[in-house]
Design a protein around this ligand. Structure first.
Ligand code: ADP
Length: 192
């Protein structure tokens, strides 16, 4: 099984949860751009200062900033044998930049987590109550879902055109059940 995997799916589909579990199983890092950016905001770095208001509104941080952040992260030693990307790439320009940064060989498989919109909305409102994230207001949630539909969802059609298989996984159900489906999809993916 290839170990360079992108988790794709709308907000609330469980990318972070599933990538975290798989990271432990495979021993490769879980790289979440949302987490990295929130850390940059918390640390008050230049990047954090540039990203803060954009994130709070639910818009995308400029591609050049995010691409540079990820390229640096992927050059670290622990990413040599693979990585699980969560939240990046989020549009086709980022996908192409990732491929350039990795000399055309960035990903083995895309796992696309799918769930109906009412399920996603319910999960996000629950998370908003639990975590108090600044971008979990109704306005920012709606904006993030719209951006996902316009810019990120098309990656599920883009990746097959560049030879990267997309495994669709039903993300509704208990966390361990969804994880079994993810593992099964990856076991059946190209490379076996
Ligand atoms: P969610 O998927 O719930 O929106 P994330 O933690 O993945 O949460 O991302 C939070 C915010 O961080 C995004 O709304 C966006 O502002 C910013 N962000 C994360 N990843 C990227 C990316 N690849 N490109 C641009 N902005 C990003």
């Amino acid at each position: 099984m290839g170990r360079r995997i992108l988790f794709l799916g709308p907000q609330g589909s469980g990318k972070g949860t599933q990538a975290g579990l798989l990271s432990k199983l495979l021993g490769v890092p879980h790289i979440s751009t949302g987490e990295m950016l929130r850390q940059a905001v918390a640390d008050g770095t230049d990047l954090g200062r540039q990203a803060e208001a954009i994130m709070a509104a639910g818009d995308l941080v400029p591609d050049d900033l995010v691409v540079a952040m990820v390229a640096e992260r992927l050059s670290a030693d622990d990413a040599r044998c693979g990585y699980l990307l969560d939240g990046f790439p989020r549009n086709e320009a980022q996908a192409r930049a990732l491929d350039d940064a990795m000399s055309g060989d960035a990903l083995d498989t895309v796992v696309l987590l799918e769930a109906p919109e009412d399920e996603l909305m319910g999960r996000m409102l629950k998370r908003a109550a639990e975590q108090g994230r600044k971008d979990d207001t109704p306005e920012a949630i709606a904006r993030r879902l719209a951006v996902y539909g316009e810019e990120t969802a098309p990656l599920a059609d883009y990746y097959p055109t560049v030879g990267v298989p997309v495994e669709r996984v039903d993300a509704v159900g208990a966390i361990p059940d969804v994880f079994s489906r993810v593992a099964q999809a990856l076991a059946g993916a190209a490379g076996g």
